[in-house]
Design a protein around this ligand. Structure first.
Ligand SMILES: C[S@@+](CC[C@H](N)C(=O)[O-])C[C@H]1O[C@@H](n2cnc3c(N)ncnc32)[C@H](O)[C@@H]1O
Length: 175
């Protein structure tokens, strides 16, 4: 049974709503980014879509998960293992932080197991003009628990065409 909170790409599960999946196409088209980082890969078909987008546009893509997300004909075809990093992000804060800090606009998508921790931890590394997004806005991420980081690191709402009540995604840009 397909959950209303899940959709599919290439008939493979994506743990986003339909609107949350479609959001990426319009959102990314408006950004002039250098790299896209996804925290939380598995099952890995949102990542396949995002990686294909980055290949097409000449951008860097990185995705992280502590589990192995398996292989598939398409994953093999695009050499998915080149961009998939199997590790516990809590043990690699400075590696990921260094990537966020690298020259050029970074887009960071927090979709791992502890999104409040991800926002509170990785916001420190964002540069002016970088974008941070979280999945599971409101149902997992309590605004009160990230309020201090939003103020401290100068993160402003950047939802533009995004409707968080449908995508469950929330977007901020660093001033
Ligand atoms: C909601 S799923 C990601 C869904 C995916 N982005 C999608 O849209 O289909 C969350 C993933 O975070 C991973 N995860 C949880 N804690 C983690 C950690 N500390 N380090 C790395 N991965 C973690 C889990 O293994 C799980 O696969």
């Amino acid at each position: 049974m397909k959950l209303p909170t899940h959709t599919a790409f290439l008939s493979r599960e994506i743990r986003q709503t339909e609107e949350g999946f479609r959001f990426w196409e319009s959102f990314l088209a408006k950004q002039n980014f250098k790299r896209l980082i996804e925290l939380g890969t598995c099952p890995g078909f949102l990542s396949v879509y995002l990686y294909l987008y980055c290949i097409e546009k000449g951008k860097e893509f990185y995705t992280y998960d502590k589990q192995d997300c398996g292989s598939s004909p398409v994953k093999d075809l695009i050499n998915f293992r080149k961009v998939f990093n199997q590790l516990d992000i809590k043990e690699y804060v400075y590696t990921i932080g260094g990537l966020i800090r690298a020259k050029g606009q970074t887009i960071l998508f927090c979709d791992d197991g502890d999104k409040e921790w991800e926002i509170n931890t990785f916001s420190e590394f964002l540069k002016s003009g970088d974008i941070i997004l979280t999945h599971d806005w409101i149902n997992e991420v309590n605004p009160l628990n990230i309020q201090e980081a939003l103020i401290k690191y100068g993160l402003e709402d950047f939802d533009e065409d995004n409707d968080p009540s449908k995508t469950f995604i929330k977007v901020w840009m660093k001033k």
